[in-house]
Design a protein around this ligand. Structure first.
Ligand code: D5M
Ligand code: FE
Ligand code: ZN
Length: 558
């Protein structure tokens, strides 16, 4: 593709998961062969680089005016993703190393979609739009618009906010195959631990040597799921010693659970070995799951948090008016208990995230997008505590876990002193633990599971599946790009009290085994893409969570 213009270069870099210094972009645009220079600069940048700097570009341009094309562009930690579905990607065994050394780069397009119906959003609103607008006007006067202070008489010393599982600055992976093996081993260790007490499991290797007809259980990562010619299901599990197949007969009550199974998630299967010990006839399937006995913690005073996401500043469709009304409302007496604001990714629209996205950009420069976002953030009362994680539109690496914003972006957004952490991360607010995850995997859960179990109209049900799997992005090699780290930051080790996601731009909430799942809507009106696939986003809503009761109220500002 021709790469002459700076905006194309920025898009191209962004699609590979990189930011770039402005001067680096200018240099690339002026190179004799911009496309080759770009490839070479990416090759030259260290594996953990998130941005292409002038230094990277100079080094390749100085080397010899016309750099060679690299052999495997994009096979680094920042852009690595896998196409392998059967073991090659998710292998737990070191000896599988030969297969699929370089995971392919995904195109980032969505698979089949469901939902998109006309159904009204399940929204409870207190007060009408008119009330809100009126209240907003008063607030604007009393706060002199730009002032970050508010009229509230709040006592910050009563607050507490702790962050856990923030991997910002902790990235260790370089995208090598052995690092993926390490991540999957860590996943297996953590999640199998949750299943161990529930089944009398044996390693694959020892099951292979058991006598036919014996009872056996295995805990493993799902390596393959397929239906047989006669309509039964074959599930292959893998542990650190090998793989073993299990057969779920279609007339068993558990066949219904098979449709919930995703590749690479950790499950246990209990059953009886065939006479020749070649296969396990499944009697039961177990997910790591949330114990039904989970008792959520609550704050010991009346205090609230606003849970939002997907602001998309910089998009033509960003709903500035709705945002102003929301920010103004936060200054009113009605909102005096809203002391926390959690933003679950997609602060800005970004550049080069989806094909043809540039046609719908109001602000084309990624830094200007953040500057404008920062201005909007300043409208929020200055004494609120803000926590932010990045999403797939933000200028951090696309591969998950995504580290929190870099220094330059933090500086741009410094005015509000927000806590900037990784995606995912857990924030404990006055005793209530809230797992924040942007939600790219929800697209996958929704695409793969039957409508009644996960749909765009009921995004919280897709979240229940992630809670059940105790993993925010189980499947490797689909929509979610994954970075191999020493530890699998994407497992849900501790049961959260609240699970907060965004990304699908639909509002929905509900409780799963006492965990409150909330998918916040967005602040972006319907885009052309969404129109073309019949998605009607829930834009301009703010879910407000009572931290003392875990009750939700949704306010509408659009
Ligand atoms: O995506 C918001 C939702 O819309 C999410 O479910 C993905 C989907 N989406 C939006 N634009 C596209 C394109 N161009 N291709 C595929 N899927 C898309 P977000 O990433 O938060 O904007
Ligand atoms: Fe979004
Ligand atoms: Zn998103």
């Amino acid at each position: 593709m021709p790469l002459e213009t700076p905006s194309r270069i920025v898009s191209e870099l962004a699609s590979r998961g990189y930011n770039a210094e402005r001067e680096a972009v200018t240099l690339l645009a002026g190179a004799p062969e911009p496309a080759l220079a770009l490839e070479a600069a990416i090759e030259h940048a260290p594996d953990d680089a998130l941005r292409i700097t002038t230094e990277h570009v100079r080094a390749v341009l100085d080397a010899d005016g016309a750099p060679d094309a690299p052999t495997a562009p994009g096979a680094d930690a920042a852009t690595a993703t896998g196409s392998a579905r059967k073991g090659a990607g998710a292998s737990l065994q070191d000896d599988a190393e030969s297969a699929n050394e370089h995971p392919s780069v995904s195109t980032g397009t969505a698979g089949s979609r469901s939902g998109g119906s006309e159904g009204d959003a399940p929204v409870e609103t207190k007060g009408s739009n008119d009330d809100l607008a009126a209240a907003g006007t008063t607030a604007a006067e009393s706060t002199a618009a730009q002032s970050p202070s508010s009229a509230h008489d709040r006592d910050p010393s009563l607050r507490s906010l702790e962050i856990a599982n923030d991997m910002t600055g902790q990235s260790t992976g370089t995208g090598e195959y052995k690092h993926f093996v390490r991540t999957f081993r860590d996943r297996y260790e953590r999640l199998s631990g949750l299943l161990r007490g529930r089944v009398n499991h044996r390693p694959a290797e020892s099951i292979q040597h058991m006598a036919g007809g014996e009872d056996a259980s295995m805990i493993g990562l799902v390596n393959d799921v397929r239906s047989t010619a006669s309509g039964h299901w074959l599930i292959e599990l893998e542990d650190t010693t090998g793989t073993f197949p299990a057969l779920v007969m279609k007339d068993k009550g558990i066949a219904d659970m098979v449709e919930e199974i995703m590749m690479d998630e950790c499950i246990a299967i209990d059953g009886t070995l065939a006479d020749d010990s070649g296969i396990l006839f499944a009697d039961s399937i177990h997910f790591p799951d949330i114990p039904r006995t989970h008792k959520p913690s609550t704050a010991d005073r009346h205090v609230q948090a606003a849970l939002i996401s997907d602001v998309h500043v910089g998009s033509d469709e960003f709903m500035a008016d709705a945002w102003h009304r929301f920010a103004e409302w936060l200054h009113t007496e009605e909102a005096e208990h809203v002391e926390y604001l959690l933003i679950c990714g997609d602060m800005v629209e970004g550049v080069g995230v989806y094909p043809d996205q540039d046609e719908e950009l109001d602000i084309v420069d990624i830094y200007e997008q953040y500057e404008t976002f920062a201005e909007h953030l300043k409208e929020v009362p200055g004494d609120m505590e803000i926590v932010m994680i990045p999403g797939n539109h933000d200028a951090v690496r696309l591969a998950e876990p995504q580290p929190g914003f870099d220094e330059e972006l933090r500086e741009i957004m410094a005015a509000h002193d927000a806590r900037i952490v990784s995606n995912p991360a857990t924030v404990t607010v006055e005793g209530v633990s809230i797992l924040m995850y942007h939600g790219v995997s929800l697209d996958e859960v929704i695409a793969e599971l039957p409508e009644e179990k996960a749909s765009y109209d009921e995004p919280h049900k897709a979240m229940y599946q992630l809670l059940k799997k105790r993993h925010v992005a189980p499947q490797y090699g689909g929509h979610v790009r994954m970075a191999p780290e020493e530890k699998d930051y994407l497992t849900i080790d501790e049961v959260p009290d609240v699970f907060h996601t965004g990304h699908v731009h639909k509002l929905g909430w509900g409780k799963y085994h006492n965990v409150l799942a909330v998918n916040s809507g967005c602040w972006q009106a319907q885009t052309d893409f969404q129109k073309s696939v019949n998605i009607d986003p829930d834009a301009g809503y703010a879910p407000i969570l009572d931290l003392d009761t875990l009750e939700m109220t949704v306010r509408k500002f659009s």
